[in-house]
Design a protein around this ligand. Structure first.
Ligand code: PEP
Length: 252
């Protein structure tokens, strides 16, 4: 049994005070049978860590550098994320790949570094609309997964999270259908079974991301290979995020 994970990516939203209020509300409403993770902006990590102290809710950075320290102006290291109280880190989000030149190799370096520092990576993969329309979805997703996980042990792969986020579904209100998502999730699991063995593939939790809302989470989570969601817009309000966290129990 894979324990479901619902993670909220707050992107570049929320002042410290707003972040504390949202974290407090989510923390109070989060249930025990789903892993809940929040990814505030760097500026609010410390304050949110204080709010989450003693709870089971995880804290994630939205990105990091692969080095532990050094002359890298504007960057944050895995050791710094760990020090501030993070348990997770989002890596290779499509906004980082598209807007900030993140490469498969960079994501791979960061994934290894996160694991070495005891952070759980949430490795994002997903095709653009042009790639989907060109029937290249599986080729693109396979390349991204293969490069990110290359060189990791089966145990490391079993412990991390992969988020399948079709780029055309992020922030667009256009969600992948449950069948479309399931097809790619099953493909990723099959690929990981080949690369790292069946036990690692069976343990790997694969999240779906892309316009997840309270009204579509149930149908998505009913799919066999969907183990949770990475939520952007709907994670910015406690009411909608908690509705997603408390998705219908009959599909659990
Ligand atoms: C995301 O940013 O990871 C995301 C899935 O955003 P949204 O839910 O707004 O589509």
């Amino acid at each position: 049994m894979r324990r479901p994970v619902i993670a909220g990516n707050w992107k570049m939203f929320k002042t410290v005070a707003q972040a504390e209020a949202l974290a407090e509300a989510v923390c109070q409403g989060a249930s025990g049978d789903v892993d809940v993770v929040m990814a505030p902006p760097f500026t609010a990590l410390s304050a949110v860590a204080q709010v989450l102290k003693g709870s089971r809710v995880g804290l994630a950075g939205q990105n990091m550098h692969h080095e532990t320290e050094g002359a890298f102006t504007g960057e944050v290291s895995p050791a710094m994320l760990k020090d501030v109280g993070c348990s997770h880190v989002i890596l290779g989000h499509s906004e980082r790949r598209q807007l900030f030149g993140e490469t498969d190799e960079g994501v791979a370096r960061k994934t290894g570094a996160a694991l070495a520092h005891g952070l759980t990576p949430i490795v994002c993969v997903g095709e653009t609309l042009a790639e989907r329309e060109g029937a290249r979805t599986m080729e693109v997703v396979e390349r991204q997964v293969e490069r990110a996980l290359r060189g990791l042990s089966a145990d490391q792969v079993a412990a991390l999270l992969v988020a399948y986020e079709p780029v055309w579904a992020i922030g667009t209100g256009r969600t992948a259908t449950p069948d479309q998502a399931q097809e790619v999730h099953a493909f990723i699991r099959k690929h990981v079974s080949g690369s790292h063995g069946a036990p690692a593939a069976a343990a790997l939790r694969i999240l779906y991301g892309g316009s997840v809302k309270p009204d579509n989470i149930g149908a998505l989570m009913a799919q066999a290979d969907l183990d949770g969601a990475l939520v952007g817009g709907a994670s910015l309000e406690a009411f909608s995020f908690l509705k997603i966290v408390h998705y219908p129990p009959d599909v659990r």
